[in-house]
Design a protein. Structure first.
Length: 105
């Protein structure tokens, strides 16, 4: 947890330094839309949008994996319960057979 905080602070400091060093105004044009801002702001917004898009693309596979893991855990639990029942029955049978084998005095 602390390592993540330290890394986040370092990245934030680097972003500020980057923004201060790249203050050149540029114009971004897309279809009929025009936007004028500093180079650093445009690049940071582009980076943020790229991260957001990659997260959105990866969400379905993460959800699918979580669903598979959940179903596998349920199967494991059912198998463990079945194994416990089988083992319990075998132990009871062994105890009963041992009682029958004991000599009566």
């Amino acid at each position: 947890m602390q390592l993540q905080l330290i890394v986040a602070i370092i990245i934030a400091i680097l972003a500020v330094v980057f923004a201060l060093q790249n203050t050149v105004p540029i114009t971004v044009s897309f279809l009929t839309w025009r936007f004028e801002s500093s180079l650093a702001l445009v690049l940071l917004i582009t980076l943020a949008l790229g991260i957001l898009m990659s997260l959105l693309v990866s969400v379905p596979s993460v959800l699918k994996k979580m669903k598979i893991i959940s179903s596998q855990k349920k199967k494991i639990q059912k198998l463990q319960i079945g194994l416990q029942k089988e083992t319990g029955i075998k132990i009871k049978e062994e105890v009963e057979s041992e009682k029958l084998e004991l000599p009566v005095e």
